[in-house]
Write a protein that binds this ligand. Sequence first.
Ligand code: ZN
Length: 342
Amino acid sequence: MAVDALGMPFYSSRHPTGSYRWVKLFGLGNPGNSRGMFERLEDARLRVAAFDWLSAQVDVYGDSLSRSILAEGFEFQGQRVPLLGPQGIFKPAAMALPLSITTSPNSPYNDAFGADGLLHYRYRGTDPDHRDNRGLRFTMEERLPLVYFHGLVPGRYFATWPVYVAGDSPELLAFSIAVDDASHAAVPRKLPGEVAEGTDARRRYVTSLTRRRLHQRAFRERVLEAYRHQCALCRLRHDELLDAAHIIPDAEPEGEPVVRNGLALCGLHHLAYDRFFISVRPDYVIEVRPDVLEEHDGPTLRYAIQGLHGSLISLPRQHEHLPSIEHLTTRHVRFLELANVR
Ligand SMILES: [Zn+2]
């Protein structure tokens, strides 16, 4: 089969798959003729441009993006291309088929990963034939890559792409969605029906990694919000430099990704906390390890580490977000054991 520079297959008359539907469902020209091919190429170019633009945003802001940036989108050949809209299944005006799917942070289906390891994405409404549902189904048949936005907290979204619609369950009014590796974001090279060997296993694996990243991001956003986006130790206020540290590490059964097991810390203090240079006592007072306290070094050690000894951390305003006394105690006991050995 012939493939053009963008990897779009040229459908010959022997492979009319999809062409009829492009015409019938979306009023598009037949891909077999020049107008239809032009529309397919336009769709592919816009999709690739959207992925490139998202990559650039993630490089600057990290993979938790503000809704306003995504709703504003980018300009492509004089047309504005937003990345998401008010509905979950989103198709920019400039495109023929959906570009993104979004789970709102308030959605009751917020964490919809099924036992099959795939994300279950609800239809729009209950009509399988609703235009949005048909559009998404069509991206499945055409194997077109999409972006998935997962609402972390109101106004902030975790972005992942490419994702593919892997299955359709009208009885559940849901699609199943697989996340793939970015290196496989190319537009389809296979005809529907052909599945590359290993693709399914790879997508399940990448989907499970994404699920994990998504939970970590959600944890970070909730902790940062609880601490008003500042380091609990030094009050630094730049989100780009802030992390959500676990009080009990997440590798342990108690190390749940909940606000009460978190502290918003800047990069330096996160590392210093993880490496037991610093501890937060159950009464919220900062303690610096005695041997570190006695060291002589430059201003970073003096002001950013030693200078914290004996002061109180800044705490979340809401009582239910306060760090768990039990977790702080467990962690501080470990710190004392280590401090006594040194
Ligand atoms: Zn700090």
